[in-house]
Design a protein around this ligand. Structure first.
Ligand code: F6R
Length: 612
């Protein structure tokens, strides 16, 4: 979950490392550090807290250098203190290592190394690595690549590493084992990182390492090897990303920018996948034929998107569908076989819980359909290795999402669920008339633009009015129940206000006890089969003095029912989650922004969760 960046070339390395770490700070931000080599010495600077603390500490205090590594940390082993920050060094202070992941056998290794006379300065699992390499260098007669290979073969767990050594001042070694690592190719310079986002400022040419591979980078060359030392040949891929995607472009936060990108995300997805009013997904022929049931695994916001997906798959395609938290599924998978399609939904494609759950499903013989925003991720590789009979991948195509709280990628996931459900409906229920739903989908971008243009000031003001409330309960029913869950998650993760999502009809079975005038009830009430029911559930809350907020079309009844209205247009009931989510994202955003909180990097969170 940490961010890693490495550079070897001709530029002054410090701005390259800091620039890269800034784009990676969303992966972890408890502490940060860099190591560079200059004048035959390794120079190490680390600081607790956000990257700006490291920048202040560096402030011209490193000698000029053209090779270095940097790290931004999300603590697993050891508190977020300076001595636990990466890079970590060996006993001589000659080589430095940054790591993302967990070394599961570090305790045993640490005892062994202590017996050999090594001493440790941190509580991290990472610190054993430079000491192991130090030992291996003796056995490998100073060959850094061979020493790293010898050391990594002793490590257990999921990890990505980058290593530099003052005895090898033009060489940088990158390692990947179940944690992301990419190499960026330049001219007389090369880069590596845990995420290609950090490299787009410099190059679009990327080599993605696979699990069990090591790359040796110099300014002029990149060579790949397996952990056994066998050379690997791979062509570079060219990213179609640009710098503007990693800039705020005038918005105060990435989250606000990404909320505004949602109409474009929907438009682009429909343009990609609608051909003459028919859905065409890039799936292998017959991939969706012969499926009896669907099992979806996901975490967090992706799990909420999956709940909407279940509704659509059952309603449109009439296929029984289950949704599981990936972290629960792995240890209690339901009965499944080759007729079960397993959908893995993960925007990052790196969430360890989801990847482990998919591994279980593959072992049971299921077909896999991955939905991700990062096709170059571990999920992408996993599915590629399965081959087109067993696995397929759908790219959400939402563009890079930097804000830690998912917004536009939720919308992109939803759109793909509509398109998958319609594709399956066409196969299984040719009598189902798709036109009305497709028209409703194509009208959405303009409707969302209206909300974003016309209501921004209104929602800002209303967010200010409810900022003092202590507790928020989000309610919805049917296809908008997952939207209530997502509204609650957005609010709690960026504003730290206790918030929960509930099916509206369940409130009277418990949560109603929480209600008083310090509590807000946010109801998603869209015209359709449960509209009146949701409205009557809100009356129960009103009778208990809660502040009532409604995401609902403006009607006399709605004006009368709610204290605060966040109006949305009346739309086809089935597409309503795509419209009702946006006011809730904005409400959460403005509440957190009014409180002066770090909206893009909320405390304790990381954008991709690569540990179980
Ligand atoms: C919430 C959020 C997280 C992620 C979750 C899964 O805003 O971003 O809940 O949705 O960690 O991440 P992915 O989709 O990358 O598997």
């Amino acid at each position: 979950m940490c961010g890693i960046v490495g550079y070897v070339g001709f530029q002054n390395v410090v701005p390259v490392l800091i620039g890269g770490l800034k784009t990676l700070e969303y992966r972890g931000y408890d502490s940060a550090g860099i190591a560079t080599i200059a004048e035959d010495h390794l120079h190490l600077i680390r600081a607790k807290g956000k990257l700006r603390n490291l920048e202040e500490k560096i402030n011209g205090h490193t000698p000029g250098s053209t090779i270095g590594i940097g790290h931004t940390r999300w603590a697993t082993h050891g508190k977020p203190e300076e001595h636990n920050a990466h890079p970590h060094t060996d006993s001589r202070g000659g080589l430095a290592v940054v790591q993302n992941g967990i070394i599961e056998n570090y305790v045993v290794l640490r005892y062994d190394l202590k017996d050999k006379g090594h001493s440790f300065n941190s509580q991290t699992d990472t610190e054993v690595i430079p000491h192991l390499i130090e030992e291996a260098l003796l056995l490998e007669r100073g060959n850094l690549l061979h020493a790293v290979l010898r050391a990594v073969r002793q490590l257990e767990g999921a990890f990505a590493l980058v290593i530099i050594s003052k005895e090898h001042p033009g060489e940088l070694i990158a390692v990947r084992q179940q944690a992301p690592m990419v190499v960026g190719l330049g001219t007389k310079e090369n880069f590596c990182s845990s995420d290609a986002i950090a490299l787009v400022q410099h190059t679009q040419r990327i080599l993605t390492l696979k699990d069990g591979e090591v790359a040796r980078l110099t300014a002029d060359s990149v060579n790949l090897y397996t952990f056994a030392g066998k050379p690997v040949h791979r062509y570079a891929q060219v990213l179609n990303w640009n710098r503007s995607q990693v800039e705020k472009q005038g918005f105060r936060h990435f989250m606000l920018k990404e909320i505004h990108e949602q109409p474009g995300v929907i438009r682009a997805a429909l343009a990609r996948h609608l051909v003459e009013d028919r859905v065409e997904l890039p799936l292998p022929p017959k991939f969706l034929v012969g499926i009896d049931r669907i099992q979806i695994v996901a975490c967090g916001t992706s799990w909420h998107a999956a709940l909407v997906g279940k509704f659509l798959l059952e309603e449109l395609a009439q296929i029984p569908t289950e949704v599981s938290y990936a972290s629960e599924f792995r240890y209690a998978p339901p009965p499944m076989d080759a007729s079960t399609l397993v959908l893995g939904v993960t925007q990052s494609g790196e969430t360890q819980d989801t990847l482990s759950a998919l591994d279980v499903a593959v072992k049971k013989g299921c077909k896999l359909l991955g939905i991700t925003n990062r096709p170059e991720s571990r999920l992408g590789h996993f599915i590629e290795e399965l081959g087109p009979k067993r696995g397929a991948l759908l790219d959400m195509g939402a563009g890079i999402e930097i804000g830690v709280a998912a917004t536009k990628t939720f919308t992109a996931q939803l759109i793909l669920f509509y398109l998958v459900a319609l594709t399956l409906a066409a196969l299984r229920r040719p009598e189902y008339e798709q036109a009305a739903l497709l028209t409703a989908l194509t009208q959405l971008p303009a409707q969302l633009e209206l909300i974003l243009d016309a209501q921004l000031a209104w929602i800002t003001e209303k967010a200010h009015e409810v900022n003092h409330l202590h507790n928020f309960i989000f309610i919805g029913r049917g296809i908008n129940y997952p939207v209530a869950l997502e509204g609650a998650l957005k609010l709690k993760e960026i504003s730290y206000i206790p918030a929960m999502g509930y099916p509206a009809g369940e409130m009277k079975h418990g949560p109603i006890a929480l209600l008083d005038s310090s509590c807000a009830v946010v109801a998603v009430a869209m015209p359709g089969r449960v509209y009146e029911k949701v409205l009557s559930n809100t009356q129960e809350a009103k009778a208990r003095d809660a502040v009532l907020i409604g995401v609902t079309p403006r009607t006399a009844l709605a004006e009368d029912t709610f204290d605060i209205l966040l109006p949305v247009p009346e739309v086809h009931e089935l597409v309503s989650p795509l419209i009702t989510t946006v006011p809730l994202q904005l409400l959460a955003y403005f509440i957190a922004a009014h409180r002066g909180l770090d909206v893009d990097q909320p405390r304790n969170l990381a954008k991709s969760v690569t540990v179980e």
